[in-house]
Design a binder for this molecule. Structure first.
Ligand code: ATR
Length: 285
């Protein structure tokens, strides 16, 4: 049996165990995937992770509020993937095999990846929404937006606009990411405030945390899109209702959750997953 955990605080609501259990059944392998509560401090996080991998654990997912803490842990140990570096956050932990083979202790071989943004792109692709050459707008400039930018650019989008309540956070994010990645510095990116965002887009993505607050975004009446995506899921999302009423196709972020999980599972086990098959099973629950 291969052991996996998802570390978070709170963690009781996490759907990762049921998602990964379905993946394991599809791949025909025997796994145990558990929710792991952790006190909200960096030392506790490092202790939980070390105990897990010393006990023979294969891989761990990291969720709120530990993605940046996990990034710092891996940076000073076994390293980070390019996506984790650009996102400034880690959602997938594993051990760096090359380091282990060269005699590095387990605790020093911790390696971090980030599959959130690619999970989003894979879900958008599976919906049949064309990304190649698309005019894309992201609303939000926090962690969720940051993780989506490199995978979206790598998918071949045409133009990218980043809108945020605090526009300086959007411009700072673009400068920072352009310095970190040549694919990002070569992409023409414009920024504006959320209510200034207007005109016709192909895909608009809500990457703010507003879905949780009950507030609504101040969307411009001259803003239109063919497709609207909200990274949140599990409740009625005013952002999606707004664009649905204006004729757009919409999706919440549940498929992104499944998409990032599939990429983590593949990274850990080498088995690739037919996400569509398991999405049907999860939706039927
Ligand atoms: P996450 O990791 O979910 O992205 P975050 O890093 O705290 O969380 O970022 C939250 C994002 O939601 C930010 O873009 C924030 O806008 P500001 O940068 O202006 O703070 C946005 N956000 C949160 N609440 C909002 C609200 N009530 N109206 C508009 N934007 C909001």
């Amino acid at each position: 049996t291969q052991h996996f955990i998802v570390i978070g605080n709170p963690i009781a609501h996490s759907k990762s165990p049921e998602i990964h259990t379905l993946f394991a059944a599809q791949a025909g392998i025997d796994i145990r995937y558990q929710r792991q509560y952790c006190p909200d401090d960096a030392a506790s996080f490092a202790a939980v992770v070390e105990a897990f991998f010393h006990g023979g654990g294969v891989g761990a997912n990291v969720t709120v509020p530990f993605k940046q803490v996990a990034y710092a842990c891996c940076q000073s140990r076994g390293g980070l993937s390019e996506h984790a570096k650009v996102a400034g956050a880690v959602n997938t932990l594993l051990l760096n095999k090359a380091l282990l083979n060269s005699g590095t202790p387990i605790a020093e071989a911790l390696y971090g990846d980030n599959t959130d943004g690619q999970g989003l792109v894979n879900h958008i692709t599976s919906l049949g929404w064309p990304l190649d050459g698309a005019r894309v707008a992201i609303i939000g400039a926090g962690g969720a937006a940051r993780g989506a930018i490199l995978p979206l650019i790598q998918s071949g989008i045409g133009t990218l606009t980043i809108a945020n309540r605090t526009v300086s956070k959007a411009t700072d994010l673009v400068s920072e990411l352009s310095a970190a990645s040549t694919s990002i510095s070569q992409q023409h990116i414009t920024t504006c405030t959320t209510n200034e965002l207007s005109g016709q887009f192909d895909i608009i993505i809500n990457a703010t945390s507003i879905g949780l607050s009950g507030e609504t975004l101040p969307l411009n009446d001259a803003l239109n899109t063919r497709y609207a995506y909200d990274m949140m899921y599990g409740r009625t999302l005013p952002f999606l209702e707004h664009f649905s009423a204006r004729g757009a196709q919409t999706s919440d972020g549940y498929g992104m959750l499944i998409g990032q999980a599939a990429l983590s599972f593949e990274r850990w086990t080498g088995h690739s997953i037919d996400v569509v098959q398991d999405t049907k099973a999860l939706n039927a629950k």
